[in-house]
Design a protein around this ligand. Structure first.
Ligand code: NCD
Length: 323
């Protein structure tokens, strides 16, 4: 389809704040554009100039290895100027509010702000106050849209499609923005989602999200195509959510015996950071026949390049001038 064709489907939004509410067409546009960057990222020369002259600020109020580095690489590979704001050395430590920090950065005319924040809803709040595009790099236990996109890209490249697949998301669903974004994306794209977790680590009324819920790994993993493991987010827990790590691993940790219930070629996924021996057996995490954990990280850069490119294209377009 011609890029100038006005009827071609487009991602007509200023921001990427979450997966909830995106149409299958919008998700497909983001995934298809990401696909174009996978090969480029495997070449010796990874550089393009589509973001030349653009400024991207990574504003991370929470720790991150993968997401922050991935956005930084994505912006640089597209020729943009990328600034990393470390909250530890910023005026946030002097008591500046989130909105004041955002307004200060906004006054320097960035094109894209990538924001991670410990509170659900904080990134959306901030996006109302700035003129640039905003990408949610993870807000509390709410959403982490680029993670769900990179997971979907990994699955689509391995299995060719998303519709009709059965995917089990296992572990600390309650605190996981990765789970929430994945549930929205996979449901929207016609996959079937199962959640497997102890009662204490499931959000209230979770069935309303259109998922099947299991509290037994062997039952929940029966014939699934994908097993997506989640980290126990102990930094978000106050109180006891499970008796002990050993007990948790016995019941909910992924090991050979539990995995044997899944389809023979089922893929193992994990968004990282991974706690070996807590939610996943170390050998399984490194089983390169089945584990696609490194591939997820690789796809993350391509997805973030696509998101940065599409959102900055939109900044130039007439439809967005008055938004
Ligand atoms: C996740 C996150 O921060 O939400 N990590 C990531 O971005 N890859 C999951 C986690 O912290 O467990």
């Amino acid at each position: 389809m011609n890029a100038d064709d006005p009827t071609r489907p487009r991602y007509l939004r200023r921001h990427l704040l979450g997966i909830e509410g995106l149409s299958p067409q919008e998700i497909t546009i983001l995934l298809d554009r990401s696909e174009t960057y996978v090969l480029q990222n495997r070449q010796a020369n990874k550089k393009k100039s589509v973001l030349s002259g653009r400024t991207i600020i990574n504003l991370f109020f929470e720790d991150s290895t993968r997401t922050r580095t991935s956005f930084e690489l994505a912006g640089k590979r597209l020729g943009g100027d990328v600034i990393n704001m470390s909250v530890a050395t910023s005026s946030v430590k002097k008591g500046e509010t989130l909105i004041d920090t955002a307004m200060t950065l906004n006054a320097m005319h960035p094109d894209v702000l990538v924001v991670r924040h410990p509170q659900s809803g904080a990134v959306s709040l901030l996006s109302d106050k700035v003129n640039c595009a905003v990408i949610n790099g993870g807000d509390g236990s709410h959403e982490h849209p680029t993670q769900a996109l990179l997971d979907a890209l990994t699955i689509r490249r391995r299995l060719g499609h998303l519709d009709g697949l059965v995917i089990a998301i296992c572990g600390d669903i309650l605190h996981s923005r990765v789970a929430r974004s994945n549930i929205h994306l996979l449901n929207t794209m016609g996959a079937r989602v199962r959640l497997i977790a102890p009662n204490t680590l499931l959000p209230a009324q979770v069935e309303r999200l259109g998922v099947e819920v299991f509290q037994n790994m062997s039952e929940g993993l029966k014939d699934v195509d994908i097993v997506m493991m989640l980290r126990l987010q102990r930094e978000r827990m106050q109180g006891n959510f499970f008796p002990s790590i050993r007990e948790y691993f016995n019941f909910f940790g992924l090991d050979e015996a539990k995995l044997s219930n899944a389809k023979e070629n089922a893929l193992i996924m994990h968004p990282g950071p991974m706690n070996r021996g807590v939610e996943i057996d170390s050998d399984l995490a490194d089983d390169f026949g089945r584990s696609v954990i490194s591939e997820q990280v690789e796809m993350g850069v391509a997805v973030r390049m696509a998101c940065l490119e599409i959102l900055t294209e939109n900044l130039d377009s007439e439809e967005f001038r008055n938004l």
